[in-house]
Design a protein around this ligand. Structure first.
Ligand SMILES: Nc1nc2c(c(=O)[nH]1)N[C@H]1C(S)=C(S)[C@@H](COP(=O)(O)O)O[C@H]1N2
Ligand SMILES: [Mo]
Length: 320
């Protein structure tokens, strides 16, 4: 039977492309790239190291295949309301996170790959083609935002790493630097922060490595210089400030699973019908929208892209 479904990218876009996205690009296209610096707020200026060699790569062209049906969250809200336990357990860690030195930034590629290696973040940037994607973002604490990430598909990066056929999972690891990250001095947490995806999830077109947000390099508090984005999964999967990618044949343990298996599973797909022990997942608060709540969608509205990943995993704990 043929069932006509509205696919994600056919949903009419409403307010998803703010004027600045065009006007700023227009300015750049006109060859007056430096004029864009006048658009950088003091907040961002603090977040960027003085000479970010990649600054000129932003803004990148928006990929219009990925559309949303709600307003983009105000930049100031999204960049000052964060979860980043390395810098504390409150939502207001954005200033503390500025202490993280972002260069040099070495990334290890290890495990089941043709040749394990350590690469510089700036060399990854030279190898990848940047694009902008507006995605919904959902934390398991039932708050949500809608933001324009800049970066590259995780699939492109995985291919670049040349994994061997035996690689079934990809583990990702955040930096370890307790001297600047006060949260990492709390010994009851299983530092460093780790997360993982099955290889087919990592190869799904939605999985993304963000290096930028709002048309600029991503600020420290949101995971600079590179972090994972999987919009159909809860926020805790989307590890920040990555330093290590390990290809493996065994399902890796994760930071949150180690802390509480009952609350944080490996798959952590978004489902309004499966409550977390402490938070109903039926609806979510859009941050910066005056307390407005909207119903949560299965897979955060991305089922057309990702639901088939789980057809043969129905015996697993797929949600929350
Ligand atoms: N390394 C690291 N990554 C992390 C976290 C963290 O504490 N440390 N928190 C996660 C959680 S719970 C959420 S909701 C998102 C928040 O991302 P944002 O601050 O960019 O909104 O980051 C995720 N990635
Ligand atoms: Mo979260």
């Amino acid at each position: 039977m043929l069932i006509k479904r509205t696919r994600g990218w056919e949903i009419p876009e409403r307010d998803a492309t703010p004027e600045w996205a065009y006007s700023r690009r227009h300015v750049l296209a006109a060859g007056a790239g430096l004029a864009a610096s006048s658009l950088v707020s003091p907040l961002d200026a603090a977040a960027q190291t003085p000479a970010d060699p990649n600054a000129a790569l932003y803004p990148a062209m928006r990929n219009m295949r990925y559309r949303v049906d709600r307003d983009i969250t105000e930049e100031k809200i999204a960049t000052t309301y964060n979860n980043y336990y390395e810098f504390g357990t409150s939502k207001t860690i954005w200033q503390a996170a500025q202490k993280l030195p972002l260069r040099p930034w070495q990334v290890k590629i290890e495990g089941l790959v043709e040749s394990p290696r350590t690469v510089d973040f700036d060399d990854i940037m030279k190898a990848m083609k940047l694009e902008e994607r507006v995605y919904r973002f959902r934390c398991v604490e039932a708050w949500a935002m809608t933001v324009p990430w800049t970066g590259f598909p995780l699939a492109s990066f995985v291919e670049w790493c040349k994994p061997l056929s035996g690689a079934k999972y990809l583990q990702m690891e955040t930096f370890s630097n307790p001297a600047v990250a006060s949260g990492q001095r709390a010994s009851w947490y299983p530092w460093p922060y780790t997360e993982g995806l099955a290889i087919d999830e990592a190869m799904n077109e939605l999985a993304f490595i963000a290096t930028g947000i709002y048309g600029k390099p991503v600020p420290a508090q949101q995971g600079a210089p590179l972090r994972l984005i999987t919009p159909w999964k809860y926020g805790f999967k989307q590890a920040k400030a990555l330093v290590r990618f390990v290809f493996t044949d065994k399902r890796p343990s994760t930071f949150w699973q180690t802390l509480g298996e009952r609350e944080y599973g490996f798959w952590a797909n978004i489902n309004p019908k499966v409550p977390h022990p402490r938070w109903s997942q039926a609806s979510e608060e859009l941050i910066g929208a005056g307390g407005k709540r909207v119903p949560t969608q299965i897979f955060n509205g991305y089922g057309d892209f990702v639901a088939s990943l789980y057809d043969n995993r129905q015996n697993e704990r797929l949600w929350a």
